[in-house]
Design a protein around this ligand. Structure first.
Ligand code: FAD
Length: 301
């Protein structure tokens, strides 16, 4: 008898039903950027994300703006915000003060990070003498102060400071032991790297969700420079897809949608159900990809 092979499109349709998404925003610097952010939030909110996160600028530079953005999300939307927080350039008392202020404002989820050195990526990280030593120490500190959900970072291609993937996974294990219940990955373009990493994480009996962070490529040259700083590899096929389109924004956007669609469809095909999108405060591409994933306004999930 011939085996019955379900067509790929149909398999995908079955799987997309359970997909959950979250969105990351950064706090705006100007009134114009604030308007752009809120347009994006208004467009994406009906998709009922599991949570929306707001980043914390390098060296705590956006402390007030992160707080203000999170507070406005709580006041004006039904979304569950997650506030990012880093250990950089602050002592424990200051960081604890930020955590308490979030909790008082109604925040129930913190994304806890070490952060980049004040001298910038590539310079040596030295913890503040009275500060939290690293992300695991920060997770433990947050958990001592409040019963909130804590997410942390994960690096499928290893963090640039880390001597090896295993050392990176040691840090992930320490963060989970300290109370983190989810890891969100640095963006990546080669799904095989994510699955290889996942295998190594599971082999260490780390069972928390390792949610892939997806960066739709709004601007390829910016993404390439950013990827270089944070240790994400940019495959030749990706560069090839954008080559020659430097002055052609409209085609670039179509290619970006196709590239991200291809990536998430493959991840769903291989069993991934949760996605975290780096929105760069723009809704369009993310909205389209969510539509493709079956994540739609009013769709009961
Ligand atoms: C999902 C996500 C969200 C982020 N949000 C923000 C944000 O809001 N604000 C911001 O400023 N940054 C943010 N970052 C970037 C992050 O702060 C940097 O990558 C930072 O350099 C590492 O912080 P971490 O908590 O990810 O690192 P950790 O998980 O603490 O460390 C990463 C790796 O580096 C190794 N390592 C750490 N310190 C040292 C050291 N001194 N010597 C040798 N190895 C070391 C660890 O062992 C580990 O392997 C984010 C990253 C991700 C993936």
């Amino acid at each position: 008898m011939e085996p019955v092979i379900e067509p790929r499109a149909s398999r995908f349709a079955h799987r997309v039903r359970g997909v959950r998404v979250s969105f990351e925003f950064f706090p705006p610097k100007t009134a114009e950027m604030e308007a752009t952010l809120w347009e994006a939030i208004a467009r994406l909110a009906p998709l009922a994300p599991s949570f929306v996160s707001v980043t914390y600028g390098a060296g705590g530079s956006t402390r007030e703006r992160t707080h203000a953005t999170v507070k406005r999300i709580l006041a004006e939307t039904a979304l569950a915000p997650a506030a990012h927080l880093t250990c950089v350039a602050a002592d424990r008392a200051e960081i604890d003060g930020v955590v308490r202020a979030y909790v008082e404002a109604g925040v129930r989820h913190i994304v806890a990070l070490r952060g980049d050195p004040p001298g910038g990526v590539g310079t040596r990280y030295a913890p503040h003498p009275q500060g939290y030593r690293n992300a695991a120490d920060l997770v433990a500190g947050i958990k001592r102060l409040a019963d909130v959900e804590v997410s942390v970072s994960a690096y499928p291609e290893k963090h640039p400071d880390s001597p090896s993937v295993e050392a990176d996974i040691d840090m992930l294990a320490a963060k989970v032991d300290a109370g983190a219940s989810r890891a969100i990955t640095q963006f990546f373009f080669d799904n095989d790297l994510y699955f290889r990493y996942l295998e190594r994480v599971r082999a260490r009996a780390i069972t928390v969700p390792i949610v892939p962070g997806i960066l739709p490529v709004q601007n390829f040259s910016q993404v390439r420079a950013f990827a270089e700083r944070c240790g994400t590899s940019v495959p030749a096929w990706l560069a090839d897809r954008f080559s020659g389109l430097e002055a052609d924004v409209a085609t670039r956007r179509l290619i970006a949608a196709a590239v991200a669609a291809e990536q998430v469809v493959d991840l769903v095909d291989r069993g991934v159900t949760d996605f975290h999108f780096y929105t760069m405060n723009r809704a369009d591409l993310v909205y389209a990809i969510c539509h493709l994933l079956g994540v739609r306004a009013g769709a009961g999930r």
